[in-house]
Design a protein around this ligand. Sequence first.
Ligand code: OGA
Ligand code: MN
Length: 210
Amino acid sequence: MPASELVIDVLDSDAIVDAFYQHGWVWLPNFLSDELNTALAHEAQYEAQLAPAGVGRQGAHQLNQQIRRDATQWFDGRTAAQQQYLAQMTLLQQLFNRRCFLGLFDFECHFARYQNGDYYQKHVDAFSGRSNRVLTTVSYLNSVNAGGELALYDEHDKLIDKFLPTAGGLILFESERFPHEVLPAIDTRYSIAGWFRKNASINGVLDPAS
Ligand code: OGA
Ligand code: MN
C-alpha cells in the first residue's frame, strides 16, 4: 500500500475523476475481484509465454537488459479472463472519455513478470508528440512482501510515493507526465501493464502499432 493512501472505491466514479483531476494519478486498491484476479494471476503464472521485454518501438526495438529485465506477453484476448479484464478497461475508458474528454481510442496491455533482481529503470511511457499513449495502467496480480515497488515521481523528479504491489490493485496515471520505475524485485511479481491511446498520426503514419 502506498504511504499517502488515496483509497478509492472502483465503483465511485466521482471519486476517481476527482482524484485524477487533482493529481493526474489514481490508486484503486480493489480494482479486480478476487475471482478475476485469481484467473489472471493463474494465466500469467502458468499459461502466458513470457519473454524478455524490449525497449523502443518498431525499428528501434531492442532488448535492453540494462533498462528493464521483466518478461512480458501481450494480451491476445483469447481467454475469458482477458476478455473480462478488457471489458473492465473499456468501462474506465468510457468514464475518462465522458468525464475528462481524453479521447481515448483503444487499449493495449501485457502481462509482466519480475523475478528476484528484475527491475525497470526510471522512464516515462510517452514523449510529447512522439507517442499516442495517454494513460498508463498497472494492475497487480499478487501481493509481495518486499521489493518490486513502483516509485512514482512528479514533473520535477520528486518522489510522489512508492507502491508495494497488492493483489487486485490498479494504478493509473498520465503517461507523459510521471517518470516512474520498478525497484528491484525480491518476491516474484506479476502484473498487467497497459496503455490507453488516442488515435494520433505520428510522422504521417496513422495510429502505428507500438
Ligand atoms: C511499465 C511500467 C510499472 C509497474 O511496464 O512501463 O512502468 O509497476 N510498469 O509494473
Ligand atoms: Mn512504464
